[in-house]
Design a protein around this ligand. Structure first.
Ligand SMILES: Cc1ncc(COP(=O)(O)O)c(C=O)c1O
Length: 507
């Protein structure tokens, strides 16, 4: 344990105790990361309290022997994760309200607000401090230049400037060539699906959906009065032959071919071609939800389905919810030319056009390179978070959870042996008090596999690790025969859907 002097003008402790070797520190991690973990630990365990100053980077560097830029990077990450704030001219301080408490180990009571989303929840992202700063600056500049552009009704597809920036991004990131006229902005994926489907379908039309799949898409499809058809998924993605057998005359298919949600498989080229053949035969459209392709950790992604099809029958749907943050509520679709008229009319009928105030700042992010730089930085963080979560779950569950490490995306799937009762996962999750989903919640008709769908992005590593340990231990407890006997006493070993899952994934 090293004692680090602090020197801010605010009332302060003479020294900061920093434990750089405890179990909260990953031994072989980078220097900034180990410092970050030690500082996080000092904050969440109350050694340094909300509002207190952290030592100047130079002091901390000389005390710990870490390079000064390692300290600066660790501080930047603390700030980005909400553990600290920077005050110009005064230094770095522990945030008045810190995001969450990793354990109850601290002697001092720490003021902790419930995090907006619990640990392991899906839908969290991390935006790098530098990218956030650029975004704020772009928003500020755009607001100062606020003028007549924003005072009128606009194009139902959204600003041409942002649509052009998205078309450039799609070409460079996904090899998808399209004209800005083919792009429409929407307030997220479900909104884009609703608008497009309302332009191409009639009430009661059937839509193939992956089973297991993304419940929010299935709900949006149902809510609009269309009929989702649950088509099973295997290691090559949606089983097109089953779709043909179940509903050959469906009018559309919703798929996540690059990284199937939730299982993470990549749709094989054969299946992609089969799907496109079916769409041609049935005069149907394919909605490709490419929600997390920007986060590829190993190897190059397959070409998008829309790229293979040259935007003839495929509507490509993307979102800034993962690449920037969900609160933006900006997603988009790239559509076949022949759909521009009907989709634009559907949009105008639904909600006229998207809000204009943030479009310019998002275009600035894309055009300035700040978007790409943010992706590069957070990709590294997410890869590390993925590895920590997978390794902790696997080790702490003594191998009872199998955790394939995904090569893409912001979530992973942790599965029990298929013979385990699905209730075991529900009990473990409830006992551990973590967020994330039960794998069963993503199934519509197929027999659910027992396990969890867990988010690793946007959660500070120490909290991720602590939550993974809790969940793994609760899983071991739920697997014990006496526990099973006490709670439902059947021991049949058959996977059943928990009641909560049945209601959430109905349809
Ligand atoms: C499969 C899938 N598609 C899309 C999204 C993004 O949705 P939205 O753009 O509505 O925020 C998510 C978010 O978790 C998702 O899991």
């Amino acid at each position: 344990m090293q004692k680090i002097p602090t020197n801010s003008p605010a009332p302060r402790k003479a020294e900061l105790s920093l434990d750089l070797t405890g179990p909260h520190v990953t031994p072989r991690a980078s220097a900034p990361h180990r410092l970050y973990q030690a500082l996080c630990h000092a904050i969440v365990s109350g050694i340094v309290k909300p509002g207190e100053p952290l030592p100047p980077s130079r002091t901390l560097a000389s005390q710990t022997g870490f390079p000064r830029n390692a300290v600066t990077t660790a501080y930047e990450r603390l700030i980005a994760d909400g553990f600290a704030v920077a005050m110009v001219g005064s230094g770095t301080f522990v945030a008045a309200r810190i995001p969450a408490q990793a354990s109850g180990a601290g002697k001092t009571r720490v003021v902790v607000d419930a995090p907006p989303q619990g640990t392991l929840s899906l839908g969290c992202t991390h935006i790098d401090a530098r990218a956030l700063q650029r975004f704020r600056a772009f928003v500020g500049r755009r607001m100062r230049a606020f003028g007549t552009d924003h005072l009128h009704y606009g194009d139902p597809r959204g600003s041409r400037e942002l649509r052009t920036a998205i078309a450039d991004h799609l070409l460079s990131a996904r090899g998808l060539r399209c004209d800005p006229d083919q792009i429409m902005l929407a307030s997220g994926t479900q909104h884009a699906l609703r608008i497009v489907l309302s332009a191409i379908l009639k009430p009661d039309d059937r839509v193939w959906c992956e089973d297991p799949g993304y419940p929010a898409a299935r709900r949006a499809i149902e809510h609009c009065g269309y009929r989702p058809v649950a088509v099973p998924v295997d290691a090559s993605g949606m089983i097109v032959a089953k779709g043909r057998a179940l509903a050959p005359t469906a009018r559309a298919a919703y798929v996540t071919p690059s990284h199937q949600f939730p299982l993470g498989v990549q749709m094989s080229m054969n299946r992609r071609l089969e799907l496109l053949d079916w769409a041609r035969d049935a005069d149907a459209f394919v909605l490709e939800d490419d929600y997390d392709s920007e986060f590829r950790y190993d190897g190059a992604p397959l070409l998008s389905l829309a790229g293979i099809d040259h935007l003839q029958r495929v509507i490509y749907v993307g979102t800034f919810s993962k690449t920037l943050f969900p609160g933006l509520r900006i997603g988009y679709c790239a559509m076949p030319e022949k759909l521009i008229g009907p989709v634009t009319m559907a949009r105008a009928a639904l909600d006229r056009f998207p809000g204009t105030l943030l479009e310019g700042a998002v275009a600035d992010m894309l055009n300035s390179g700040a978007f790409a730089a943010n992706l590069r930085r957070v990709r590294g963080l997410y890869r590390e978070a993925r590895d920590v979560l997978a390794a902790t779950l696997s080790t702490a569950s003594e191998g009872r959870l199998s955790v394939p490490v995904p090569s893409q995306g912001l979530h992973l799937v942790a599965r029990f042996d298929p013979s385990v009762d699905a209730q075991v996962a529900a009990q473990a999750k409830a006992a551990a008090g973590v967020e994330g989903w039960l794998l069963a919640e993503t199934y519509a008709r197929a027999r659910p596999l027992p396990g969890f769908v867990l988010g690793f992005a946007g959660h500070p590593i120490p909290l991720l690790k602590a939550s993974a340990e809790k969940l793994a231990k609760a899983s071991l407890a739920a697997l014990r025969p006496s526990h099973k006997q006490d709670t439902h006493g059947t021991g049949t070993g058959k996977a059943r859907k928990p009641a909560s899952a049945r209601s959430r994934s109905a349809g």
